[in-house]
Write a protein that binds this ligand. Structure first.
Ligand SMILES: Cc1cn([C@H]2C[C@H](O)[C@@H](COP(=O)(O)OP(=O)(O)OP(=O)(O)O)O2)c(=O)[nH]c1=O
Length: 191
């Protein structure tokens, strides 16, 4: 797409996604999807299938309310040892996730859906980053849990929090935080 961008609508209530897009210089309107748009983690789905479906569901919830423009939906999960790790429900759940990931490699998947209205067909891509977590001690984990930095974050950690015990091995940083900006730019060119 070389012509000027149509209006962009971010179908997300995630402050991190808002921050990623605005820091990348995009003008957009936030149009949070209904909570029900993010429903149903089907245990049979692979992480890419899940994040693609949920990103599309979030975009679809907003797209029906937008006559003209591009609606952006995203979903992010971590995956470790074959387990899909979404947002922890409480501190104990966050501890469980971090204990599973410490000392191990894990992946973060983000689904990205761009729905160009009035079109009826969304574009969906999935990006994957590989990370490794140091074998931190229980005390280090408790200290992190005390910061509440785990809240609202898939896999119970915030890569953007500059944790010196989580390292990116492969892939995009913005993908880890929740919106793969490199894939987003490519999709905007093609849409
Ligand atoms: C792995 C990781 C996730 N996250 C966040 C990004 C997302 O906000 C969240 C994943 O949850 P999502 O369900 O993808 O998104 P959300 O519920 O926060 O917002 P919405 O559905 O309205 O778009 O985890 C980080 O902030 N840092 C990280 O390092």
């Amino acid at each position: 797409m070389n012509s000027p961008l149509p209006p962009l609508y971010l179908a997300s209530s995630s402050p991190r996604r808002r921050q990623l897009l605005s820091e990348a210089g995009y003008d957009f309107t936030v149009f949070a999807p209904a909570d029900t748009a993010e429903c149903g983690i089907c245990s049979r789905e692979t992480p890419p299938e899940l994040v693609a479906r949920l990103a599309m569901q979030k975009a679809a919830d907003v797209a029906v309310q937008v006559d003209h423009g591009i609606v952006i939906g995203c979903d992010t999960v971590a995956e470790c040892c074959g387990m899909i790790l979404g947002k922890p429900s409480d501190r104990d759940h966050a501890r469980e996730m971090l204990r599973m990931m410490r000392g191990r490699e894990h992946h973060v998947y983000s689904g990205l859906c761009l729905w160009k209205r009035p079109g009826i067909r969304p574009q969906i891509r999935v990006d994957r980053s590989k990370l490794i977590m140091d074998p931190v001690t229980d005390q280090q984990l408790e200290a992190y849990l005390d910061t509440d930095g785990w809240e609202g974050k898939a896999g119970a950690f915030g890569y953007q929090d500059g944790l010196d015990w989580v390292h990116l091995i492969e892939g995009s940083e913005s993908n880890v935080v929740g919106l793969p900006l490199e894939v987003f730019a490519q999709m905007l060119q093609e849409i």
